[in-house]
Write a protein that binds this ligand. Structure first.
Ligand code: GLA
Length: 726
């Protein structure tokens, strides 16, 4: 049993293979948090302490007991208005404009299987893999109920949390803020590890001590954003890549989010993850429900590396879905950096012929094939094939590509509209803007109000009409600006940003149901919506618009803290690189792109004969190790922001096959030698390096490492394969 309830002590314990989570209903009906971390047994309520704390209020129920205060006690779902002055998980504005919600235990249920969330992505697991705990809390004055949902995936060391806010009272209430998880720590000094970035340089890692006050990351951009990823780690100060204690929180949502880390007056730490409270005032009429997206929690006492392996397994096996969840992805060539908007049908056919010659599986026709779209200033919303530009119908083009022995994929950006488009001229009110103001433009385009069903339905029909024209086996779903003017002519204003994201999910759910064999790759100006929410619908996401191999290995490094390699779209592009101007060898570019769902993004026709041979080799190599790259355990072996080399490795489930990738980042005169230490091997096994045929003991590779070559050139890369013999 992964979920236990001790009736006498009123304690809930959630057990996974290596972790435990405990909470208690106290004498006043408050749900107090007791413990989360490595496995323990017995009651942890001895951790609670009670002292008279000046200026920390006491609930009326406590009578004259001044030692009982919500301002100090660790809680599962703290709310504003109860005497807890720390950050709240829930803020309710009542019918009478007061801001208070006093939640007490009202019941619970333990079920087999994992709960699902209406309209939202969530971890999925069968009845053998998961159990659900549902705890009902209620404020008897305003009638607000909160259903706290806990999913326990015992074997995976995963606990998920979500919350549903239900208005059971009379009159409406407004949800001003709602988190899905609160983690209170009564003791300890922690660091917050978060991923910050910008367009074309996403998910850099930042580690800062959690200090007094609040440290906040989040998004108000409508998407989860390039700037902050909705996933954090709370780590002990001495936690490293392979040792020490750390907790992860991954928000399964693709829109505005808020993560707050706070050290309080008694040095206790509170972490909240949930919906962004700005641009959000979610009014609930009697009987209505708001579902807060879920957060995936995990804990590791083996450092960040141990935590990442758990998240990779969870996201690959329990978030991603569909036929491509665990099957090889096609190696593709994308037309964007090959031709940008300057292509016709012949260009695509030629790309297909070149692709076939090299062993590439698929050609993707990127932006520019529809409406009036010679550049990025017009045409979005007009999803009619520009046959004049292509010189043929889409069906004919796909036939030609397929005849060349190559699959066909296409780019779309369904959520957007250009002012210069027939759609905008016909339905200006479908764009998200306030009719009293000029809208803020982004990439000279506006966002369609996907919170409105009629808008989604129309675009859905248009996109299906395109997909039905031929054998389209892949779609790149792009989203190239942030939301502003969050205003809807139909919807209630405070609901728009949330309902927009649910609209996108609704569209994707319908699309994946109608075209179950279609591979969809998410994209948002590269990696601006790289989150577990999107991965529920699109098993891979274009990781960044930056294809420079050195920048990319850093972007992959940050992304790998939470997201599996199978989710990372990574392509070899031309040199000098279009984003940085850097010249990096084809060999190194190949090794960096072989970290994820591999492909090319350049004009294949411009490759020399030698380069073509190299590309063929890369594809052969990738296909040989594809299962290991997408499904093996992944370890970061260096910090490419600080170390002189970048190294990462993949290990098979049986730990007998290892793929090690290294890129040297620095070269100096009279160079010192770097040694890279491997991880996750069988200590007593003998590993043969397949090229040199040299054998090394697993523990030697892990404890002492191997010396890396010193070569007089920039950014040389190495691929080592180790295999246990016999
Ligand atoms: C975004 C994507 C690119 C490309 C362009 C097309 O920037 O991230 O890969 O598809 O849009 O306009």
């Amino acid at each position: 049993m992964a979920i236990l309830f001790q009736q006498d002590e009123k304690i809930f314990t959630l057990q996974t293979k290596q972790t435990a989570y405990q909470m208690k209903i106290d004498d006043f009906g408050y749900l107090l948090h007791l413990y989360y971390g490595g496995k323990i047994s017995g009651s942890m309520d001895y951790l609670l302490t009670y002292y008279d704390r000046g200026f920390s209020g006491n609930p009326y129920d406590a009578g004259s007991d001044r030692t009982y205060s919500m301002d100090v006690l660790p809680q599962e779902y703290p709310t504003t208005g109860t005497g807890d002055y720390r950050n709240s998980a829930l803020v309710i504005r009542n019918h009478d404009e007061s801001e208070c919600c006093d939640l007490r235990y009202a019941g619970h249920e333990i079920r087999t299987g994992k709960y699902g969330l209406p309209g939202l992505p969530a971890v999925h697991a069968n009845s053998r893999e998961a159990q659900t705990l549902e705890i009902l809390l209620e404020d008897v004055v305003n009638g607000v109920r909160v259903r706290l949902l806990y999913g326990v995936l015992e074997e995976d060391d995963i606990i998920t949390r979500s919350a549903q806010i239900i208005n059971q009272g009379t009159g409406s209430v407004v949800v001003e803020k709602a988190a899905s998880v609160c983690l209170d720590f009564v003791t300890g000094d922690y660091d917050l590890v978060s991923l910050y970035g910008r367009h074309a340089m996403e998910r850099n890692m930042q580690r800062t001590p959690i200090a007094h006050g609040s440290q906040v990351i989040g998004s108000r951009r409508g998407s989860s954003s390039h700037q902050y990823n909705p996933a954090v780690i709370v780590a002990d100060g001495n936690t490293t890549e392979d040792s020490g204690s750390c907790y992860g929180m991954v928000f399964v949502y693709s829109g505005n989010f808020l993560c707050e880390a706070e050290k309080d007056q008694y040095n206790q730490t509170r972490i909240l993850m949930g919906l962004q409270s700005e641009l959000f005032h979610y009014s609930l009429k009697e009987g209505e429900i708001l579902t807060v997206p879920e957060t995936i929690l995990s804990y590791s006492d083996r450092g960040f590396g141990g935590l990442s392996v758990k998240y990779h397994h969870c996201i690959r096996d329990h978030v991603c879905r569909g036929v491509y969840q665990n099957s090889p992805r096609p190696v593709l060539v994308n037309s964007w950096e090959a031709a940008y908007f300057q292509f016709n049908g012949e260009t695509i056919c030629q790309l297909a012929k070149d692709a076939a010659e090299l062993g590439i599986d698929m050609v993707v026709m990127d932006d520019g094939w529809f409406g009036k779209r010679e550049d990025d200033n017009s045409g979005l919303g007009d999803w009619q094939v520009n046959e004049t530009k292509l010189g043929c119908s889409l069906a004919e083009l796909i036939h030609k590509v397929n005849d060349a022995g190559v699959k066909f994929g296409i780019w779309i950006e369904p959520e957007m509209v250009s002012e210069d488009s027939d759609l905008y001229r016909a339905h200006p009110d479908w764009a998200m803007l306030n009719p009293r103001r000029n809208p803020v433009r982004g990439r000279n385009q506006l966002v369609l109000d996907f919170s409105r069903k009629e808008v989604r339905d129309y675009i859905f029909e248009q996109i299906c009409c395109v997909l039905d024209q031929g054998n389209i086996e892949y779609v790149k779903w792009d989203m190239n600006r942030s939301l502003t003017d969050v205003y809807s002519t139909e919807n209630q204003q405070g609901k728009v940003s949330y309902d927009y994201v649910l609209g996108v999910y609704d569209f994707l759910e319908k699309l994946t149901a109608k075209y179950p064999h279609l591979l969809i790759e998410g994209c948002c100006g590269g990696g601006g919506r790289f989150d577990a929410g999107m991965l529920y619908y699109t098993p891979q996401i274009w990781c960044s618009d930056n294809t420079d191999a050195v920048d990319r290995l850093r972007i992959h490094y940050g992304t790998s803290f939470f997201y599996p390699m199978s989710a990372i779209g990574a392509h070899v592009s031309a040199v000098p690189n279009h984003q940085t101007g850097r010249n990096i060898s084809l060999h190194t570019r190949g090794i960096v792109a072989m970290t994820g769902a591999f492909g090319y993004e350049l004009s294949l026709g411009r490759l020399t004969k030698e380069e073509k041979e190299q590309v063929k080799d890369q594809i052969r190599q990738y296909k040989t190790y594809e299962r290991l790259i997408s499904g093996g355990d992944y370890y970061r072996l260096s910090d490419p922001f600080r170390d002189s080399y970048a190294a990462w490795m993949f290990v098979s489930e049986d730990q007998r096959t290892v793929l090690l990738h290294v890129v040297m980042l620095e070269i100096h005169g009279n160079m010192t030698v770097s040694y890279v230490k491997l991880r996750g091997l069988l200590p007593d096994a003998s590993y043969e390096e397949t090229e040199s045929k040299k054998c090394y003991q697993g523990s030697a590779l892990m404890r002492a490492g191997i010396p890396l070559p010193v070569e007089m050139k920039e950014y040389p890369a190495y691929q080592f394969i180790f295999q246990v013999k016999g």
